[in-house]
Design a protein around this ligand. Structure first.
Ligand SMILES: *Cc1c(COP(=O)(O)O)cnc(C)c1O
Length: 426
């Protein structure tokens, strides 16, 4: 791809032909018509490609997935009904009962619960490692039945930057792919595939949609992990699927298509966590301005972080682009153009002061949401992360006084004034 990401945000994915709609059409249809049962049969055997039922695939979704695929530099992509579904599918497409996955401990609370509780009940074991663990600790986390390594480029809400090259190298040394949730930076600020990631996931609910309009997710395959070189580890991709008359995904669809085709034909078929075409249309509207919005989110994030860092009532500030931040060097490497609009900080006076501060905000609103055009804030210890013990919170980098402040795209001065008046009330 030679064109800039800015152009891909606006024009990627959908390329209308002569006389076709300029905007992505919403194909609001559960099903698709064919002239013969034979043709239909070929679709079901994966011998012909085409749409037949929106539980598995829909053209609107595929246009928008195509744009995200281009933005990330992948070979194939799919939309899911949520970020949770994207991460579940990405891992479950590789790991089954009796398998094991290495995951960074600095991940979104919902993902942690999905892995540590729900997928554990399915018989998949997770070993969580700190993103700042030593090479020896990372090495020790692997087992013979490990099927993937998982992490977040920039973690929600703890803002740890994953050393993508180091985690990719460790994964590849063990013959497994690195799956990276790139929700917070978006491809505008980081393209993990360029640093060795094999699968990239998104909660499109956040910056990609950007307007708090639709919950959604996406999975992008880089298309470069050689499943066949480790065929014993990935029988689902490298041996015949009897539910499709013996199709072997890597043979029929190649390295570029095997992963997403399997996730679509098996997981979407059986679980049906598809994004609605309406939501995909809204997501595409968001993507058209992603590059413009990310710049303002980052400008506001930087300004608020610097302002809070010098405020006497603030005990600590975490923002990867602050020079004294523990992740500054990694941010310089992986997120040189900016990280995101989210700033984490602690108010002097701990948990109670944090809650009082949030109650005093006027522009910024308390919401179980993040990474949106409107500034919002959240106290993770009493909301998204409340199922975690204190030890687990500490491992995820979430202290009880942490306020997650998600800068929107309003005027910078107005956000600073709002924070100042709320701190003045303490
Ligand atoms: C929000 C979020 C998710 C979950 O996404 P949903 O769309 O809410 O299901 C996963 N990963 C990260 C990093 C997130 O911020």
């Amino acid at each position: 791809m030679s064109q800039s990401l800015d152009t891909t945000c606006v024009q990627g994915g959908y390329h209308p032909g002569n006389g076709e709609p300029r905007q992505v059409p919403i194909i609001q249809s559960t099903t698709f018509k064919y002239d013969s049962s034979e043709h239909m049969g070929k679709l079901f055997d994966l011998e012909a490609s085409g749409y037949f039922y929106t539980r598995l695939q829909n053209p609107t979704n595929d246009y928008v997935a195509g744009k995200i695929c281009e933005l990330e530099g992948g070979s194939a992509a799919m939309l899911t009904s949520s970020g949770q579904a994207a991460n579940f599918y990405a891992v479950f497409n590789l790991a089954s009962c009796g398998d094991h996955v290495v995951a960074s401990s600095a991940i979104y609370g919902g993902t942690y619960n999905l892995f540590a509780v729900t997928m554990a009940r399915m018989g998949i074991e997770f070993t969580f490692v700190s993103p700042t663990c030593t090479d020896e600790e990372l090495e020790a986390a692997f087992r013979p039945n490990t099927k993937a390594v998982f992490g977040e480029t920039l973690s929600n809400p703890s803002l740890a930057v994953l050393d993508l090259e180091r985690f990719a190298r460790a994964a590849h040394d063990h013959g497994v792919p690195l799956i990276v949730d790139n929700t917070f930076p978006t491809p505008v600020n980081c393209r993990p595939i360029e640093w060795g990631a094999d699968i990239v996931t998104h909660s499109t609910t956040k910056y990609m949609d950007g307007h708090g309009a639709g919950v959604g997710g996406a999975i992008v395959d880089a298309g470069h992990f050689d499943w066949t070189a480790h065929a014993d580890k990935f029988p689902g991709l490298c041996t015949p699927d009897e539910s499709y008359h013996g199709v072997t995904y890597t043979e029929r669809f190649g390295l570029a298509g095997a992963f997403i085709t399997k996730a679509t034909t098996q997981l979407m078929r059986d679980f049906g966590s598809i994004q609605s075409p309406q939501n995909a249309f809204l997501l595409n509207l968001g993507l058209e301005s992603l590059h413009v919005r990310m710049a303002q989110h980052c400008k506001n994030g930087q300004a608020i972080a610097e302002h809070l860092a010098s405020h006497p009532q603030v005990s600590w500030v975490r923002y990867p682009n602050l020079e004294n931040d523990p992740f500054f060097d990694l941010a310089q490497k992986y997120l040189p153009g900016g990280s995101c609009g989210v700033v984490s900080f602690g108010v002097k006076g701990g948990r109670a002061a944090a809650e009082r501060f949030m109650g005093g905000l006027k522009l910024a609103q308390i919401a179980t949401h993040v990474a949106d055009a409107r500034t919002c804030c959240l106290h993770p210890a009493s909301s998204t992360h409340r199922q975690m013990t204190d030890d687990e919170l500490a491992a995820a980098g979430v202290s009880p006084d942490l306020v997650r402040f998600s800068c929107g795209i309003e005027g910078t001065e107005d956000l600073i004034a709002d924070v100042d008046q709320a701190l003045a009330q303490l």
